[in-house]
Design a binder for this molecule. Structure first.
Ligand code: ASP
Length: 418
């Protein structure tokens, strides 16, 4: 049986077991969760996390070194950033529009007094920008500071491409290290069905249904906006910009989607996402290893959608009417907030405070949506990761149109290309 099917079965089984235990025996659930479900999930998650830092470092260095020509690198970089920014802005606008139409904040009575939420202060933008340069790259790797690791890897890649022959053996070493990491990803994915089962059973079993019911319309609006963005915007981009068949692309991407869903982390999804892009979808390694790690770190359309809907929802609950300029402010800050969001579970909710503060809405409103955020986090992470893949497919197609050819070393296995 192929891996995608196995993971899907594990996902459904996990959900069923979680629901049954949640309804029939919460006490038994707690025991099973601490001895079985959570450990299974944690083993899988840690195995993936173990690979993220070396994979991102080696793959970006090698990707940039292989792109070589600084002009080409600039062109690919610009296309990638423009694609990321435009799709994120569209995502927020879809979220805001649906929230204004369906008014989830007016669907019931929400108790707002006594709400409390401690917002962690977002650092000023200037600090984040300066912080991208790692004073100590080893420390950056040890603490998993992705933007800093990416910056260092870009530098190494540029250096390798400038020095060419002189550092040929270092480049070869990096290429082999990258190859090794990708191989380990394939190996780790073999336990994905067990990990998925554990993660889903644990998540579903611990969610009380009453919390979900009151927030149903909010959840439906977020899910609808995610679906519109996924099928219409990504589907359109894959068809029109990348000239591929969206259904075939999504089908190939199912293993990555299930990992995104069960781990709620774009960075945990990155290794398998890159593997599929390179081995199944014919994205050249140099493009995949530049676009996808960068995207996993800064491109989060699903998160942006949640932030758009949540802002309107909270405004409605507190009876605040947002003006058009204020909504423009929401779009702007949500783009920034989604860039600043770490690719780990629940991070998008923390950054929501920044969006709310920008238009003077009470951050305590976040307490209303915390209860249902886990489920939405799982779904929006699928969109986050698919956005990066879509961009990689688009850049590949547009570089081909420029007459750029990719050598065999750069293309993993074009025979299985969709
Ligand atoms: N969990 C999301 C991700 O990793 C981020 C978020 O929205 O919380 O992509």
């Amino acid at each position: 049986m192929n891996l995608a099917v196995q993971i899907l079965i594990a996902l459904v089984l996990g959900a069923i077991v979680g629901i049954i235990l949640n309804i029939t025996s919460p006490a038994l659930f707690e025991k099973l969760d601490s001895f079985l479900f959570s450990p299974l999930g944690t083993i899988f998650l840690n195995l993936i996390k173990m690979l993220i830092v070396p994979l991102v470092f080696f793959s970006i260095s090698v990707g940039v070194a292989n792109i070589g020509d600084p002009k080409k690198l600039g062109r690919i970089g610009a296309k990638t950033m423009i694609f990321f920014l435009i799709t994120t802005a569209i995502a927020i606008i879809i979220g805001i529009t649906l929230a204004l139409i369906f008014k989830p904040g007016e669907a019931g009575t929400f108790k707002t007094d006594g709400l409390s939420y401690e917002a962690t202060k977002a650092p000023p933008a200037s600090e984040t920008l300066l912080g991208i340069i790692p004073a100590n790259p080893i420390e950056a790797m040890a603490s998993g500071a992705m933007l800093q690791i990416i910056f260092f890897a870009l530098f190494i890649g540029l250096g390798l491409s400038f020095l060419g022959e002189k550092t040929a053996s270092v480049q070869r070493f990096f290429e082999q290290a990258n190859e090794l990491m990708m191989f380990l990803v394939t190996l780790v994915m073999k336990v994905a069905p067990f990990g998925t089962f554990g993660l889903i059973a644990s998540a579903v079993g611990s969610q009380g249904w009453s919390a979900l019911k009151a927030m149903l319309l909010y959840m439906v609006v977020v899910l609808a906006a995610l679906a519109v963005h996924f099928f219409v915007i990504y589907g359109g981009a894959i068809k029109l910009l990348a000239k591929r068949n969206p259904l075939q692309v999504w089908k190939a991407y199912i293993p990555a989607l299930t990992v995104a869903f069960s781990t709620s982390s774009s960075s945990a999804t990155l290794p398998v996402g890159m593997e599929i892009a390179q081995k199944k979808l014919g994205v050249p390694k140099s493009i995949s290893s530049f676009v996808q790690p960068l995207g996993a770190t800064i491109n989060m359309d699903g998160t942006a959608i949640m932030q758009g809907v949540a802002t309107i929802f909270i405004a409605q609950v507190f009876g605040v009417e947002l003006t058009l300029p204020q909504m423009a402010m929401v779009v702007l800050t949500a783009v920034l907030a989604s860039i600043g969001t770490a690719a780990v579970p629940g991070a998008g909710l923390i950054m929501l405070a920044m969006v709310l503060e920008s238009v003077g809405l009470p951050v305590e409103g976040i307490a209303l949506i915390i209860g249902v955020d886990r489920l939405l986090d799982m779904t929006r992470t699928m969109a986050n990761s698919t956005g990066d893949l879509t961009c990689a497919l688009y850049v590949t197609e547009s570089e081909k149109n420029k007459g750029v050819t990719f050598n065999d070393k750069d293309v993993a296995d074009s025979s299985s290309q969709v």
